[in-house]
Structure formats: C-alpha cells, structure tokens
Design a protein around this ligand. Structure first.
Ligand SMILES: [Ca+2]
Ligand SMILES: [Ca+2]
Length: 127
C-alpha cells in the first residue's frame, strides 16, 4: 500500500494534529469491477485527480493548502511527485486541467481578484 506524500518523505502524515487524518481512496475499476484501496493524502486536502503523467489513466492527487504542495501518485510507475504551486494566503483554490492540450493534466490555481482597499486592514484604516 502506498501512503501519502508526507509518509513517503519519512514524516508522519497527521503530525499529531487531531483535525487531520490520513485519507483513503476507494476506486472501482470500470473494466473489471474490482476495487483498489490506496491511502493517499490527508482528510483536509483538496481532491485534484487527473492524468498528470500522461499515461491515459487518472492519478490519485491532492492539493494541500497548508503547504501549497500538490501530491500526485503517478499511475504509470507508482511513484509520488510533489510540486509546490499556489498561495493559500491569497485564497487560491486548485483548478487542474489539460490547459495546453498535451494530454497531461496541468497544475493550476484559481485566485479571486482583490479590489484595492477592500482588505480588513484597509477598512479599519478608514474608520
Ligand atoms: Ca496517469
Ligand atoms: Ca497539459
């Protein structure tokens, strides 16, 4: 069984925090009806499955807002890939897709535009 990116690096996935726990993917194969069970990611991660390695099969993948890492378990070779992308402090949300048409899922985030002067600090300053 493969474990989450943190465990692959020799770290504890939940690091003793109660709000997070390991998560498990249950996938039912449409061709055979068989299921696979794989521990990957944390309960607080965003789910971002896609075909990141271009082999035509979806890869288990999560985006962790706390460290802005994308943890991908590549279906082609079972290896993990960790990529940092996004800024959670700016409210980024993961938005993966094949934006360039190369049959590989691209990492992407969606960020809401912030209007100047609408931050909490700016509103307090006007009072
Ligand atoms: Ca794949
Ligand atoms: Ca692509």
């Amino acid at each position: 069984m493969v474990t989450c990116g943190a465990a692959a690096r020799g770290e504890r996935c939940h690091a003793g925090k109660r709000s997070r726990s390991n998560a498990t993917w249950y996938v039912r194969n449409s061709a055979t009806g068989n299921s696979t069970v794989t521990a990957w990611g944390l309960s607080t991660d965003a789910l971002v499955p896609g075909n990141y390695d271009g082999d035509g099969k979806a890869d288990l993948a999560v985006w962790r807002g706390s460290d802005t890492n994308w943890y991908v378990l590549k279906s082609s070779n079972g290896q993990s890939q960790t990529t940092s992308y996004g800024t959670s402090s700016l409210g980024d949300l993961p938005a993966p897709g094949d934006y360039d048409g190369d049959n590989k899922t691209d990492i992407a985030v969606w960020r809401r535009a912030r209007r100047p002067g609408t931050s909490c600090a700016a509103r307090r300053a006007r009072r």
